[in-house]
Design a binder for this molecule. Structure first.
Ligand code: F6R
Length: 366
C-alpha cells in the first residue's frame, strides 16, 4: 500500500533513511565492525584479486560508477564499471584473479544475468549486490550483499539506488580492513560518517521538497535540460538525468562539466535549464567556472551544493542546499533533489509517475 502517499515513488523516496539504516545497522557486530554473513571471500582470496569489474544496467550501473571510486581506494586495484549489455559481448580478459561485482535490484535483469554467467564461465569470482533474496543473480553468485531496501514498486529506482551506494561503502570498508589498506582509525571514522548519513538524508528530503516543486514548474515545458558535474557529481548527474528522462519524458543529458567546451556547449540557448551539481570540494571552483560559461550563453542555472557554498548564488539563478559530508559520501545526498525534481516534473506533466511509458520494473529480455 502507498500508506498515505500519492505514489509509490514518493513513499520510496521517503523510505530512504529507514532503508539505509537497515542496510547498515543489521551488519554491525558488538564491537561496531561490519560483518557480512553472505560474503565468504577470504583475505587470501581478496589479496589474489588483480582486477574488478562492476556490471549492471541503468540506475544500478550508476551505483556501480560510484562503487568504482570507492573500491579503487579500498582495494588499490583497477576497478571498471560496465553496462551489462556491453560487458556480455565485450570479451574482456577475465580469469580467476578477477572479481566481478553484479549490481541488480531485482536480480533478474537479462543482460546483467548473462554477464554474470559469462564471467563465471571464465573463472571469475562473483559477488552480487541485490535487493531480492533468492533471485537468479543471488542464486548464481559466490558472495552476496543484500540491500535491505524492502520491496521497490515504482518503476523508477530510488531507495534501491541509495542502498546500493551504501553497499559499496560497506564493502569498501570491509575489504579495506580485510586487506589492511585501511587503518582502524580511518575505518571507524568512515563508518561513523556513513552512519550519520541517515539523519542527513531525512533532512535533505524535507529541505528539497519545496525547491523541487518550484523547479518542476519551471522546467516542465522545456524540451531539453542538462545536468552538469565533475567526478562523483558527474555520476550523480548521470543518475539525475536518467530519472528525469524516464519520468518527465524531457530530453535530459548529463555532462562532465569540463567536457562542455569540447562540443556540448553549442546546445545551450537562451533559457536552457542547466542543473549543476557542485558538492565535490576538489573540483568546486572548476565547476563554478563551467557554470559561468553556460550562464554567459543564456542558461537558466540551478545549483545543487552543500550548505557551506553560499557563494554559488552569485552564478546561479536558483540554489538547492544539501547537507555536507566528505566528498566520497556525497552521492547519497546529491541524488535526492534530482529524484524529487523528476517526481514533481512527472506529476506536473500529468504522467503516470509509478509506471512511466514504455518501461517495465524488471527487464528480463535482452
Ligand atoms: C531506472 C531503473 C532501471 C534499473 C535497471 C536495472 O530508474 O530502475 O534503470 O535500474 O533496469 O534493474 P535491476 O537493478 O533490477 O537489475
Amino acid at each position: 500500500s502507498k500508506e498515505g502517499f500519492d505514489h509509490f515513488m514518493l513513499k520510496e523516496i521517503y523510505q530512504q533513511p529507514e532503508a539505509i539504516q537497515h542496510t547498515i545497522e543489521r551488519r554491525l557486530d558488538d564491537e561496531g565492525y561490519i560483518q557480512l554473513d553472505d560474503i565468504q571471500l577470504s583475505k587470501l582470496e581478496l589479496n589474489a584479486i588483480r582486477k574488478v569489474y562492476i556490471v549492471a544496467c541503468g540506475t544500478a550501473y550508476h551505483a556501480g560508477l560510484v562503487g568504482k571510486h570507492i573500491l579503487e581506494k579500498a582495494l588499490q586495484v583497477d576497478v571498471n564499471a560496465e553496462i551489462g549489455s556491453e560487458f556480455r559481448y565485450n570479451d574482456q580478459f577475465i580469469d580467476d584473479k578477477t572479481l566481478v561485482i553484479i549490481v541488480s535490484q531485482s536480480g533478474e535483469t537479462a543482460d546483467t544475468l548473462a554477464s554474470l554467467r559469462e564471467a563465471k564461465s571464465k573463472g571469475a569470482r562473483i559477488l552480487s549486490i541485490t535487493n531480492v533474496v533468492g533471485s537468479s543473480v543471488a542464486r548464481e553468485s559466490d558472495d552476496i550483499f543484500y540491500t535491505w531496501a524492502g520491496p521497490e514498486i515504482a518503476v523508477a529506482s530510488t531507495k534501491a539506488y541509495t542502498t546500493q551506494l551504501v553497499a559499496f561503502y560497506m564493502l569498501g570498508l570491509y575489504f579495506g580492513r580485510l586487506k589492511g589498506t585501511l587503518s582502524d582509525q580511518l575505518y571507524k571514522q568512515h563508518l561513523n560518517e556513513l552512519q550519520s548519513i541517515t539523519k542527513q538524508v531525512e533532512r535533505t528530503i524535507n529541505n528539497c521538497i519545496e525547491p523541487a516543486k518550484v523547479i518542476a514548474e519551471k522546467i516542465k515545458d522545456s524540451h531539453s535540460l542538462f545536468y552538469l558535474g565533475r567526478g562523483l557529481d558527474y555520476t550523480s548527474a548521470l543518475e539525475a538525468s536518467l530519472k528525469l528522462k524516464e519520468l518527465s519524458y524531457i530530453h535530459a543529458e548529463a555532462f562532465a562539466a569540463g567536457e562542455l567546451k569540447h562540443g556540448t556547449i553549442a546546445l545551450i540557448e537562451e533559457g536552457t535549464p542547466v542543473i549543476a551539481i557542485a558538492t565535490q570540494t576538489k573540483t568546486y571552483d572548476k565547476t563554478i567556472s563551467n557554470i559561468k560559461s553556460v550562464k554567459a550563453r543564456g542558461a537558466y542555472v540551478i545549483g545543487i551544493t552543500t550548505t557551506d557554498n553560499e557563494d554559488i548564488e552569485q552564478v546561479c539563478d536558483k540554489t538547492i542546499y544539501i547537507a555536507k559530508k566528505s566528498d566520497l559520501f556525497m552521492p547519497i545526498l546529491s541524488v535526492i533533489a534530482p529524484q524529487l525534481i523528476a517526481y514533481y516534473t512527472s506529476l506536473a506533466k500529468g504522467n503516470d509517475v509509478d509506471k512511466p511509458r514504455n518501461l517495465a520494473k524488471s527487464v528480463t529480455v535482452e
